[in-house]
Write a protein of this length. Structure first.
Ligand code: NDP
Length: 329
């Protein structure tokens, strides 16, 4: 089968397109014909070696496609599925644990199905499970026009939570407002001061910071006393070690560094979040913006665009080529 393979850590140039052996399902796994794969920022951490993965490996962990073979005989061949726990998804075939497969309703576009789970369930746990956020509360979201950012903004806004979004361009500002943000700021603005000016003099209840190194200290300043800073990513690089006394001086604030894995480790919890996201997309509450569709052999370009901050919303790889053939990209 064709796949992207990484034999050494490094920049996008280490992603090689070529022929590799097809995977074989182990017990409890299902073999899938990949239609489209989701591209996530975490894929760049594995490529660079910031997150460790034995070499060589095929990047990616989510996508959509059709079941080729379920050795247990439970899922019929041809069933449309999506997944986000499928290491090696930048490939024509992948194996995924049967219990982590999600059925894709016919009305969901394959590009959306390919990218809805990882970013959608992340947005779901951020807004619903990190802190007790109620209608009228406020939050700040960095990288507010990115994949997770736009979804988290919509989920927060739909619950009546005021959103302060941070973005880097006028195009991204428009998208953040369209997703439901109340106030959109640029990184050069004084975030803490702007938040307080528009929030009755108070810091926000929760900061969701996926940017990391460049925004972390401003995030500590933008939150209210006893509020929560949720550092959930490191798009600008990992946060430098710091003195925990800072949490005291900013008003006894809470800091958490969560992962989707920990918020979906229980299969029932995984199913609850997957169901909530699928339902919200089907009923139109959640709009997944597909910001770019790339052929599989241009996966390196997708990583370049993502890391150069050129993209908005979610990115997908058209693995089967059907999207390209239909001229829909
Ligand atoms: P995005 O689509 O949000 O892309 C990353 C964005 O980060 C860019 O578009 C850019 O937006 C912003 N950014 C700010 N500074 C930089 C920089 N120096 N270099 C590159 N980008 C920068 O990606 P995802 O939606 O895939 O992921 C967003 C974050 O969420 C990532 O940090 C990711 O690791 C994290 N994540 C965490 C999960 C968890 O469970 N902990 C799960 C899923 C994702 P702008 O130009 O507006 O600043």
């Amino acid at each position: 089968m064709k796949a992207i393979q990484i034999t050494r850590n490094g920049g996008p140039e280490v992603m090689e397109y070529g022929e590799v052996e097809s995977p074989r399902p182990a017990a409890g796994q299902v073999l899938i014909d990949v239609d489209m794969a989701g591209v996530n920022y975490i894929d760049t951490y594995y490529r660079e070696g910031i997150y460790r993965c034995a070499l060589p490996f095929i990047p990616g962990s989510e996508g959509t496609g059709r079941v080729i073979e379920d050795p247990a005989g439970t899922i019929a061949p041809g069933t449309a599925v999506a997944w986000c726990n499928g290491p090696g998804s930048y490939a024509e075939q992948v194996v995924v644990d049967a219990e982590r497969l999600v059925a894709v309703p016919a009305e969901i576009d394959p590009a959306v199905a390919a990218t809805m789970l990882l970013q959608g369930m992340t947005a779901h746990y951020l807004i619903n499970s990190i802190a007790a956020l109620h209608e009228g509360d406020s939050c700040m979201i960095t990288a507010g026009a990115g994949g997770v950012g736009l979804l988290a903004t919509q989920l927060a806004a739909s619950r009546g939570i005021r959103v302060f979004s941070v973005v880097s361009s006028a195009e991204k500002e428009k998208l953040a407002y369209a997703a439901g943000a109340d106030t959109v700021m640029g990184y050069s603005d004084n975030l803490a001061e702007t938040v307080r000016r528009h929030n009755g003099g108070r810091g926000v209840d929760v900061v969701f910071d996926g940017v990391g190194r460049d925004t972390f200290h401003e995030s500590l300043e933008a939150v209210r006393p006893r509020g929560t800073v949720c550092l959930f990513g490191a798009a600008s690089g990992p946060v430098e070690p710091f003195d925990p006394q800072l949490l005291n001086t900013h008003g006894s604030i809470f800091l958490t560094r969560p992962s989707l894995g920990a918020y979906t480790s229980d299969t029932d919890e995984f199913r609850m979040r997957a169901q909530a996201v699928t339902q919200a997309i089907t009923d139109g509450t959640l709009n997944v913006r597909i910001g770019g569709v790339y052929p599989l052999n241009e996966a390196a370009q997708a990583h370049r665009d993502l890391q150069e901050r050129k993209t908005t919303g979610s990115l997908v790889l058209d693995v089967s080529g059907r999207r390209g053939e239909a001229g829909l990209s």
